[in-house]
Ligand binder design. Sequence first.
Ligand code: SF4
Length: 428
Amino acid sequence: MTGAAARGCRDLPVLRERGQREVFCGLTGIIWLHRKMQDAFFLVVGSRTCAHLLQSAAGVMIFAEPRFGTAILEEKDLAGLADAQAELDREVARLLTRRPDIRHLFLVGSCPSEVIKLDLAKAAERLSAAHAPHVRVLNYSGSGIETTFTQGEDACLAAMVPVLPATSARELLLVGALPDVVEDQALALLAALGIGPVRVLPARRSADLPAVGPNTLCVLTQPFLGDTRAALMRRGAPMLAAPFPFGEEGTTLWLRAVAAAFGVPEARFTAVTDAPRARARTAVAAHRATLEGRRLFLFPDSQLEIPLARFLARECGMRPVEVGTPYLHRDILGPDLDLLPPGPVLSEGQDVDRQLERVRAARPDLTVCGLGLANPLEAEGLATKWAIELVFTPVHFYEQAGDLAGLFSRPLRRRALLRPTIGLEAAE
Ligand code: SF4
């Protein structure tokens, strides 16, 4: 494991592309953030396209008690920005009267030019003052011009950091929205290691918002939180560097970095982690036969690509051909790059036509990409995996390692099952 560090991909040249991109916008993050933050509301200031995106992507949840909505700016709002601000104030007042449970209101910016002209930071300040202390209003951009889909979470969390209370207490802060069940597993492991107090950003309820200061040791659970990380560092909080907790190895190294910072003895570390490590190894092994030796091509999408390629190469035996990422943040991804076996092309950004040419030339066994590319590539005979599933499925830490491997082995198994059928049909 340590020997590989010297042979990893950290210093390999990166293919940088700045062309047309094929990814969702940052509004998508609302779909998982609204589930996580139970007394928050996300008000998208946008167009009907934005409303459609949220309703079609989160169609199931909209029938439950929704914690997001869209303030649609109509053509008439173009007539005057003052009118648009007044309309927004009325919309927010109506919402807060109807929903007295809301404690955090996020005004989420989008693409239309009339929204861009609207100063949402000023609006958030004005509305925060008007509805204080009951509701805090913050703003961030989920616009597709500025953000890819996981950057919406980054923008949201980064907007929260400046208003977190100050502390000088020594605490661990987990940074990143995890499904509750996964977060509970992580907290249980850290508690068993004797590490605490542990806080989480984002907290499930606004009353539990973490405080931050020079003794708040932060560790990311998601690799796409570059702006949030920078905002926490501006508050003086030190940052731990570690591989991300995907798979048995990633989880162990992530926990080990935290344990080292808190002086956990090795005997306690192994006593706590041995059993879940063994479970994770067994669960991953069930998928290894399907994945071993298979060639993998990752389009830039979720920013999870590099830690996933590390997991799939080292624990599942896959052979990454190209690993794309929207942004390559070396300070965040360095520990994963160190472990990623050399061989793949590392690409940052996207020029989708050129990348499609490369994937067609490479003919990988599995391509991880966005929804828009998956169908055409499947039609060309390539097996695909939707990148967006990786953020909707619990994939972090030991107990999810098998499910994570399963996300990649399933499309390959399905294809293997389909092939004989296709052959038979052709023969008939
Ligand atoms: S890309 Fe822009 S216009 Fe389209 S849904 Fe996202 S924010 Fe709205």
